[in-house]
Design a protein around this ligand. Structure first.
Ligand code: UT7
Length: 325
């Protein structure tokens, strides 16, 4: 029976020009290139310029994705921005992106699920498209985490970076099997009991300030591999695919040791995973679309590729999306 699927028509990304290396960081806090590389795999990250905002990054990424999709912005009827670092408390960064792209139809809103934001946003867009309410969506992950870091805290400031990525989804009629193009399955989860392990210590309603990121890295790490591999397995069960049948894993980029642990647990070889964290650091909601863009430009993703995206972050939130390009 024919079904409507959300087909990924284009991907784009944008990174701010300024690069901050581990050696640069060693001049600011008591750290070293050796420690950061050994414990995380990160070598450098990009930092937004003064006045360069999350929406600017998101607009640049979305414009590239639209060009690659060959879709005119006037035909877009949904814009979702996953971000934990909005330009303003309100309105949503997505409406600024909507305006910057010249989209005037439909709806635009933000999704706040921190590092899992892009997986959440894709899942939400997919459900709107499958329901028939919207036909073409721009889904953006954009962050300026440099603005919420405590630059005196070496346990967190070395981990994160700024950037944006975007995909364009289009409703297309497909046969209704797991061989279809488009989003085939997704699963999102959260558990607020873990809020205090990764959070920002400010906000309009609590402190009337923006605040800084606080993390108990060791505890987050302890949960990560299990939660991520669990949600991947649940997503694969929905389609009956085995882990080794996936062409490419595009994970949220937090720590190389987490990526290695997930691979080991699933029994997947390292060449099937996209790694960008050495050059981008952890860009929260932007990391998956940035990695998708890299894989697309490297010709590792082609039409028909079976791609598994996954993430875990503050909340805790976590989730996975399986799509055929
Ligand atoms: O995207 C959202 C999800 N976030 C994550 O997935 C992050 C998960 N956690 C992690 O990636 C790791 O826990 C970290 C990379 C944050 C930390 O690595 P770790 O191996 O868990 O190190 P640790 O926190 O156990 O710290 C080990 C030591 C400590 O010193 P003592 O107490 O052993 O003397 C830290 O003070 O390393 C010290 N340390 C540092 N040393 C040099 C912590 N940060 C640094 C640093 N440079 N930047």
């Amino acid at each position: 029976m024919a079904v409507i699927r959300s087909v990924i028509r284009g991907v784009g990304a944008y990174l701010p020009k300024r690069v901050l290396t581990n050696a640069d960081l060693a001049k600011i806090v008591d750290t070293s290139d050796d420690w950061i590389v050994e414990r995380t795999g990160i070598r450098e990250r990009h930092i937004a310029a003064d006045g360069e905002m999350t929406s600017d990054l998101g607009i640049a990424a979305a414009k590239k994705a639209l060009v690659r999709a060959g879709i005119d912005p006037v035909d877009i009827d949904l814009v979702i921005c996953a971000t934990a670092t909005p330009d303003r408390t309100f309105p949503a960064t997505a409406v600024r992106i909507q305006q910057g792209l010249g989209v005037t139809k439909g709806a635009a809103f933000d999704v706040q699920a921190v590092c899992s934001g892009f997986v959440y946003a894709l899942t939400i867009a997919d459900n709107f498209i499958k329901s028939g309410q919207f036909k073409r969506a721009v889904v953006v992950g954009a962050e300026t985490f440099s603005r919420i870091l405590d630059w005196e805290d070496r346990t967190t400031c070395v981990l994160f970076g700024d950037g944006a990525g975007a995909v364009v989804l289009e409703a297309q009629s497909q046969i209704g099997t797991r061989e279809d193009r488009g989003i085939l399955a997704s699963r999102i989860r959260s558990d607020g009991r873990f809020e205090d392990l990764l959070y920002v210590d400010g906000g309009p309603s609590s402190t009337k300030t923006v605040g800084h990121l606080r993390m108990n890295g060791r505890e987050v790490f302890r949960h990560a591999v299990q939660k991520i591999s669990g949600v991947i397995e649940e997503t694969l069960v929905m389609t009956g695919y085995a882990p080794d049948e996936i062409d490419l894993y595009v994970p949220h980029q937090a720590n190389q040791r987490i990526l290695d642990g997930v691979l080991r647990k699933l029994g997947v070889p390292a060449e099937k995973i996209v790694v960008t964290l050495d050059r981008h650091g952890n860009t929260s909601a932007a990391s998956i679309p940035l990695a998708l863009n890299q894989a697309f430009e490297d010709h590792r993703i082609n039409e028909g590729s079976l791609v598994l995206m996954e993430a875990m972050g503050g909340g805790f939130t976590w989730g996975a999306v399986l799509a055929r390009w």
